[in-house]
Structure formats: structure tokens, C-alpha cells
Design a protein around this ligand. Structure first.
Ligand code: FRU
Length: 506
């Protein structure tokens, strides 16, 4: 199947049709990557929240699968929606959902109950209450059974937060080897607080600690998750808490964003590094990176993050049809010490492509049109500081340059930036046509920018991936020219490695 509708991403995941929001239940299991996602199977706007499903053997090519968890009572009498959550492989069958020869996958998610009701378990819930439930799969993630005799397994937040029963969600569960317990971190969005629970069997949960508020608190906290990474590729492991925030994202971005905090975790309490709680650490500095989640089931050094590539400010208004929303490319995460601080770096995972390399001794001030054109591209630029004040690439340009998206480096501000002010259609939101930037230092005297261009997005990875910016764009179909630009003088010794990226769907 090939997707060629206007704005349809060619190498970013999208549902075939209808609405998608957060990635859910990301897990690598028995050679297959499972991608579940918040999905409205019946329309192009948020609603009837269910878990959509797709599978992959390489994180590049995806196969759409039937809806994994369909809103209960869909379509006309919905009594439970399946909000965000995660999935684990219960190898030791601690939950008891397995059989003698099959260990289960277990998903933990938020049950959102639109109407007050008494559940099959006998528990009663308020209208619009949010509780945490579980489901299991005995066929490697293809079909799921909800644990109706007991669900929800966490009915209410702790008594002191009983006024938060309508805002208590997004459990992210993982196995903690040292304490031999399951850990689940979830959010009290309105209080900017995470609650950490543990369990021996995925059914009975005990609150063990709280975290937050810290750093960015300009909006509600949603979709928290926790994972470990080696520091600087060595033996020392550190914990990372990833938290989405809406609004209150990075400066220049009027809407949502995703922050992280680095620290230690003993199986109960997360203790942040002192230098990780001085200011917000953005996972991505662009406008379009939300609800990020990493895959479980992979070795500790292999952490792959995927985010919903939009902003809650206009996520429901983007001009695509018959689907709405894409995910970022999968990004392999590392933790490196930069300026004395443990910092996330990210590297995109893409399929094979035919790259070619070009070197320029000097590029004059102004714009230089390249022979290379296209709407789905991977461009890697590397250049030292010379005369210019800014250097970079213009993509998705119309022949008269009236439409264009700029990605560049500002040597004075020491920032990588994306400028989408004249990138194409933007009238669906009055803040969309803007510019966004991230701090980035030179490495060994050079700037490296990797720019992934797709039919309706630009993702930028600066340096070793310590500065990333994801931005949607909605250019005209014919805007496919590429230019290099040098502002304030010429730029010397420019290297470019670039390729057209093929559709992942053919
Ligand atoms: C984030 C979010 C989650 C919730 C889900 C509902 O985008 O609001 O907090 O679980 O979407 O679709």
C-alpha cells in the first residue's frame, strides 16, 4: 500500500485513516516492535479513545493491525475509553494471566469513564473519572482481554488527592530487577505531580513515592515515563524521567512540550541530580513533540523514543485528511555528559537510502540553489564558523522562494533554529507561523545539523543530537527546491551528505 495524499508523511508513521494521538504500549517482543496508539476509529477528531495498533520488524516499515482495545460500547454508547498506558512482558507470569506454556503481555492503561456507573467488578465510578486498569494478551500482543473481574486495579488517587479523580492518568510500567517488583509511574496532571506505585503481580498496587512539581510547570503534566540509560556509554546507569507538559513548552512555543529529569531511582523513590532540577530540560525544542514514550523489551543501552508530532494548541486542526497526526521518527537515546550535566542525545532511525556527499570550499553570502530536490529528504550539514553569522539549508522551497522552511545555525546566539513563518498553510492557528530555536555549542570547531524533511514535517538533530526540533509544515505540493544559505558573509568548508528518503509503505 502506498499513501500519496496531500501532506501524507512518507517515512513517519501515520494511521491509514482517522485520528491518532499519544503512542502507547511500545514494546519489542519476540522479534516484533509493537506500536499502539491513542486512536479514534470513527473519525478524524479526538474521541472514542481506543488503542490502535501497528507492528514492525525494523522500526522503519510498519504494518497496520486491527484495533487492539476498542472503546467499550463503541460507537453509540461508550462507557469506557482506553486512555494512554504501556505494556510489559510478564516473563515469569507474576500476574497469573499466563498459561503453562505462554507468558502474557500485560498492558496498564487509564480507564476514562464518560458516565457514572457500577462496573462488572462491583466498583463504582463517577462521570469522567479516570482510574488505572490492566489487560493481557496471550497471542503476543495481537488480541487483548481486559481484567473485568477486578478492573480498575487502581480506582482512586491517594486520599489526600481525592479531588483529582477526574485527572489521574497515564501509567508507565516496567520491571525493576534489583527489587524484583513492577513499578508504575503515573500523573496527577493538574498538580504537576507523579505518583510511583509498585506491585509484585501487576494486579495489586501500592503507592511508594511522589515526584514533582519541578522545572517546567506552566501546564498540566501528562504521559510520564521512566527508564535507565548508561552514562557516556559506560557502566554507570542513570534514570531518566520523561514528562509531557501542556501548555508551557519551550520558549517561543505557545503550547505543549516534553521535558526530562535525570537522577537515581532505588525502586521506590526518584532522586533527581541537583543540576537536573535547575531549569527545564527539553527533550525537543521544537513545537511538535508530545506524549513521548520509549520501547520496553530492549537492552538497557537500546532506548528508542517516539513522540506524537504535533502541539496540543492545534493538534485537532491540522489540515490533513483522511488521517490526523503523525509520530516522530523513532529516536535512539543516549545520555552524555555535556557541560558537566547528563544530557539526552538522540539519533533518528531511518531505512537505507542512497546518500551522496558534496564539499564546498566556500559558499557566498546569500542563497545557493542545489541540484538536489525533493519532499522527503535526509540532509546532514557540517561546517565551521567563518565569516557568516548564520548558515543553513532552505527546504520545501517554491521556485520563487515565497514559500520555504529554513533550518540553520546562528553563530552569535549559538542556536540551531527552524523558521516556518512562510512554510505553507498555517491559518489554522495564529501562532503556527513562527521560528523556534535550541541552544547548541560547536563541537571541535564545527556545527553538525541533520535535517529530516517529510511531506509535512521537518525534524532537526543538532550536534550529537543534544538539540532537536520537530516542526510540522504544510507546504504546497510543488515546493521541493533546496538551497543552502549563508547570512552576513560567506561560509567556508561546508560538507553535505544527503539522500532522498523512500516511502516506508511500498
Ligand atoms: C495526552 C493525553 C493523555 C491521555 C490521552 C487521552 O495527549 O491527554 O494524558 O491519556 O491523551 O487521549
Amino acid at each position: 500500500q502506498n499513501y500519496t495524499e496531500r501532506y501524507r508523511p512518507q517515512f513517519h508513521f501515520t494511521p491509514a485513516k482517522n485520528w491518532m494521538n499519544d503512542p502507547n504500549g511500545l514494546i519489542y517482543h519476540e522479534g516484533t516492535y509493537h506500536l499502539f496508539y491513542q486512536h479514534n476509529p470513527g473519525g478524524i477528531s479526538w474521541g472514542a479513545m481506543s488503542w490502535g495498533h501497528a507492528t514492525s520488524s525494523d522500526l522503519v516499515h510498519w504494518e497496520h493491525q486491527p484495533v487492539a482495545l476498542l472503546a467499550r460500547g463503541y460507537p453509540d454508547n461508550i462507557t469506557e475509553m482506553f486512555f494512554s498506558g504501556t505494556a510489559v512482558f510478564d516473563a515469569q507470569n507474576t500476574s497469573g494471566f499466563g498459561t503453562d506454556d505462554k507468558a502474557p503481555l500485560v498492558a496498564m492503561y487509564t480507564s476514562h469513564y464518560p458516565v457514572a456507573q457500577t462496573l462488572p467488578s462491583g466498583k463504582t465510578v463517577d462521570a469522567n473519572q479516570q482510574s488505572q486498569s490492566i489487560a493481557y494478551s496471550l497471542d503476543d500482543g495481537m488480541t487483548w482481554t481486559t481484567y473485568d473481574s477486578v478492573n480498575p486495579v487502581i480506582l482512586n488517587p491517594p486520599a489526600e488527592y481525592s479531588d483529582q479523580i477526574h485527572d489521574f492518568r497515564d501509567p508507565a510500567v516496567f520491571w525493576h530487577e534489583e527489587t524484583q517488583r513492577w513499578v508504575s509511574v503515573m500523573s496527577l496532571p493538574g498538580l504537576r505531580k507523579l505518583l510511583i506505585y509498585t506491585s509484585s503481580n501487576l494486579r495489586d498496587w501500592e503507592l511508594v513515592s511522589e515526584f514533582g512539581p519541578v522545572n517546567a510547570v506552566g501546564g498540566v503534566w501528562e504521559c510520564p515515563s521512566m527508564f535507565r540509560l548508561p552514562l557516556d556509554g559506560g557502566e554507570e546507569l542513570k534514570w531518566v524521567v520523561q514528562i509531557s507538559l501542556n501548555p508551557g513548552g519551550p520558549a517561543g512555543n505557545t503550547g505543549s512540550g516534553t521535558q526530562y529529569v535525570v537522577g537515581q531511582f532505588d525502586g521506590k523513590t526518584f532522586t533527581p541530580d541537583a543540576n537536573s532540577v535547575t531549569q527545564a530540560n527539553w527533550v525537543d525544542w521544537g513545537p511538535d513533540f508530545y506524549a513521548a514514550l520509549t520501547f520496553g523489551g530492549l537492552p538497557v543501552e537500546d532506548r528508542v523514543d517516539i513522540a506524537w508530532m504535533t502541539n496540543l494548541r492545534y493538534g485537532g486542526a491540522t489540515p490533513t485528511d483522511p488521517w490526523r497526526s503523525a509520530f516522530t521518527v523513532p529516536r535512539r537515546l543516549s545520555l552524555r555528559t555535556i557541560n558537566g550535566k547528563a544530557t539526552l542525545t538522540q539519533e533518528p532511525i531511518l531505512g537505507d537510502a542512497d546518500y551522496s556527499s558534496t564539499h564546498w570550499d566556500t559558499l557566498p553570502a546569500g542563497s545557493t540553489k542545489l541540484d538536489f530536490t525533493g519532499k522527503a529528504l535526509d540532509i546532514v550539514l557540517s561546517f565551521p564558523e567563518s565569516e557568516s553569522t548564520q548558515f543553513g539549508v532552505i527546504v520545501r522551497a517554491s521556485s520563487d522562494l515565497s514559500e520555504q522552511t529554513q533550518v540553520g545555525y546562528d553563530f552569535e546566539k549559538k542556536e540551531v533554529f527552524v523558521n516556518r513563518t512562510v512554510s505553507g498553510v498555517s491559518g489554522f492557528d495564529d501562532t503556527f507561523a513562527g521560528a523556534f530555536s535550541a541552544p547548541l555549542e560547536l563541537t571541535e570547531g564545527k556545527v553538525t545539523l541533520r535535517v529530516l524533511v517529510d511531506w509535512s514535517s521537518v525534524e532537526v538533530f543538532g550536534g550529537a543530537g543534544e538539540a532537536t526540533l520537530a516542526s510540522l509544515i504544510f507546504p504546497s505540493d510543488g515546493s521541493s527546491d533546496v538551497y543552502l544559505f549563508s547570512a552576513g558573509g560567506s561560509t567556508n568548508d561546508v560538507e553535505m551528505r544527503a539522500a532522498n528518503i523512500k516511502s516506508i509503505w511500498v
